[in-house]
Design a protein. Structure first.
Length: 332
């Protein structure tokens, strides 16, 4: 009798299960979700429910009728994909665009590779980038936090801190500094942007929870944040910032705005699409942090986290070649 079972990643050990880890990640995202609900209102709940239901439904349909296999929706991976996709969207985005993003995330980003454990790219980010390219106006029309608003599509909109920072760095216009929010506002979620990325404190709390429960390790988040902070600091030290925009302020704004914390703790650390070894994870994180800052500084988009993670996802098979020496093996 053959007792050796070979299956794709992620591989659970020590009594863990895919479902348990997915539920812990969802739990860690709830504080940011609660803050977003308080800041943006019903649009957050509507977008999230549509995204999750669509992702679960598409995975069930594809597994059942296309791949002819037992659906695995009970492992909650589709639920997490839907939640993360929603976190990367404006709260006032039309519902039909959310469904298109969910289809691309599940059908193209996940099930076309064979399902959980076989996808090369993060499914939620595949859906998000597709929507950003296909519907740039709707994906960059950011609602302003107005408290618990009952408005959805007609919510008041405004610019994001990243757009203001990009204008400051590229043009050297010190007058644009007045458009930046207070640092405290970026920490508690009183800024525009994708609703799941606006509260730095909630995301940091959730990320630390994942590290403490050993769902993820520190290697990827720390290497991403350290690389981005160093890049921002060097920009300031080399005179890349206008007068009145302090280097320390630029570093802190870099780390607390946009998708930096959401990407570092919740997107880049996906088991399937990140390296297995510690050194592989560190190189992976450094690459993401560097690419993000290059795009933020000189690219066409004010944000670059989604593109950076997907680019480094493609490098994971190469990074997985980095393995420790077997015990007793002689070094060449």
């Amino acid at each position: 009798m053959n007792k050796l079972i070979v299956s794709p990643a992620p591989h659970a050990h020590s009594g863990d299960s895919v479902r348990r880890n997915m539920l812990l990640v969802i739990l860690a995202l709830l504080p940011a979700f609660a803050v977003s609900m308080a800041a943006f209102g019903w649009g957050v709940l509507i977008t999230t429910v549509i995204s999750i239901v669509a992702c679960v439904g598409f995975e069930w349909l594809i597994a059942k009728f296309v791949l002819k296999q037992q659906p695995t929706i009970l492992d909650c991976s589709a639920v997490l994909t839907g939640l993360l996709l929603a976190f990367n969207l404006p709260s006032n985005i039309p519902w039909w665009i959310v469904i298109i993003g969910a289809f691309v995330a599940i059908a193209v980003g996940k099930m076309s590779f064979g399902g959980l454990g076989q996808n090369l790219f993060n499914p939620a980010l595949v859906g998000r980038v597709f929507l950003l390219i296909s519907f740039p106006v709707q994906m960059t029309t950011w609602p302003r936090p107005l408290g618990f608003s009952t408005q959805y599509i007609d919510a008041a909109t405004g610019a994001t801190p990243l757009a203001a920072m990009k204008e400051i760095v590229k043009s050297g216009d010190s007058t644009a500094i007045s458009k930046l929010p207070e640092l405290w506002d970026t920490c508690i979620g009183l800024i525009g942007g994708s609703f799941g990325e606006v509260c730095a404190i909630a995301l940091l709390f959730g990320g630390l929870l994942l590290i403490c429960t050993r769902v993820i390790t520190w290697h990827i988040p720390v290497s991403i944040l350290a690389t981005a902070a160093l890049f921002a600091a060097v920009t300031g030290w080399c005179g890349g910032l206008p007068d009145g925009f302090a280097t320390g302020q630029y570093v802190l704004m870099t780390l607390t705005t946009g998708g930096m914390l959401l990407g570092a703790f919740f997107m880049a650390t996906d088991y399937v699409t990140s390296p297995m070894s510690a050194w592989g994870k560190i190189i992976f994180g450094i690459g993401i942090g560097f690419i993000v800052m290059v795009i933020r500084t000189w690219g066409a988009y004010p944000e670059g986290m989604s593109f950076a993670i997907l680019i480094m996802n493609a490098c994971v098979p190469l990074l997985n070649k980095i393995r420790p020496k077997r015990f007793g093996e002689k070094r060449k």
